[in-house]
Design a protein around this ligand. Sequence first.
Ligand SMILES: Cc1cc2nc3c(=O)[nH]c(=O)nc-3n(C[C@H](O)[C@H](O)[C@H](O)COP(=O)(O)OP(=O)(O)OC[C@H]3O[C@@H](n4cnc5c(N)ncnc54)[C@H](O)[C@@H]3O)c2cc1C
Length: 348
Amino acid sequence: MKHVNVVVIGCGVAGSIFAMHAPKHQSLCIIDKKNLKEAVGLKKPCGGLLAPDAQKTLAKLKIPLPLEVCASPQLFGVKTYDLQSKITRHYQRHYINLHRDRFDRYLASLIPPHVDVVDKAIVKSLDLKNKKLTYIQNDESHELSFDVCVGADGANSLVRSHLNAPKMRHYLAIQEQFELKDYPPHLGCFFDASLTDSYAWINIKDDILEFGGAFPLKDSLKRYETFKSKMIDLGYPLKTPLHKEACLVNSPKTLSEIYLGQKDVLLIGEAAGWISPSSLEGMSYAMDSALIAAESLKSSDPYLSYRKLSRSLKLKIFLKQLKSIVLYTPWIRWCVMKSGLDEVKVRQ
Ligand SMILES: Cc1cc2nc3c(=O)[nH]c(=O)nc-3n(C[C@H](O)[C@H](O)[C@H](O)COP(=O)(O)OP(=O)(O)OC[C@H]3O[C@@H](n4cnc5c(N)ncnc54)[C@H](O)[C@@H]3O)c2cc1C
């Protein structure tokens, strides 16, 4: 059986950034079920909007963004509409509009050659007590033993499920793609408290319009379809979907849901619960938690060090939890939207 010092399960944003920055003297293997080299197979459903905090981390790491990773158009405002109070407001936003699958492959391409990158391989079983796992690649089963396991395997984390971790609040994110046709391109954010205590969105990727939303697990599909029909009534061209995708998305309601692991097991990115409960923006947290965990590997007790070094990231999530109370309590949202605070007056 092959042995490595560190095994990382998941090569999304968190896994790639971790693999780029982990100490070089430790042998490292990163495993992902996706094809990391070609645009075929599994794709992560995601809005692909790179928030200013994520841009700042890329700046800090001197990682440039190639044009081919970016989608068109880049949009500077978001239309916000509450379907119940019928208030519309526009707000300035500073996102970079990305193709998420291309961004993931680009980050994976930056992993240094001393790291063993195993793609199109799914981790099927994990034995944290005896520090070994089994993964399947090309219908063949492989065993691997390790000293430290890093769970970078996203919202539905296998690693987290093997730990005594608190239950996370999560939603089902459902998203469909449509032909944009002549519809004016814009970003949209839509609230309807009768269907979800999160939100729905409109996004544009080249000539494709994406409509999606995050819904409580109970009756999620029905809630999505009802939301979509209300959007059709508003004039959105959502009648003929080209593609439909869905996945879990975490949204920590309390700080105790953020779980960093245990001795010799670290959870990073969304697996740990690092995602904003107000906007569901997770890429900056995936990067920042990965960097802190990579730094912690230099310490004699990586788990303790990771806990200590990630305190300010926890504070950031706490502030987002306060923001989500404002955003998702209908009467407070009504007051904020009605006040016109921070709105951009768009010309008709
Ligand atoms: C619909 C939707 C829209 C979103 N929009 C945005 C947005 O616009 N901006 C933003 O910043 N964030 C957004 N997010 C959140 C963001 O996508 C995540 O928080 C972020 O991707 C987390 O990164 P990660 O690396 O922790 O996990 P992931 O990106 O989910 O990566 C996990 C990786 O682990 C692999 N994996 C999982 N299990 C196994 C296994 N058993 N074996 C092998 N490999 C495995 C997966 O293939 C995947 O590559 C959105 C999320 C959703 C669901």
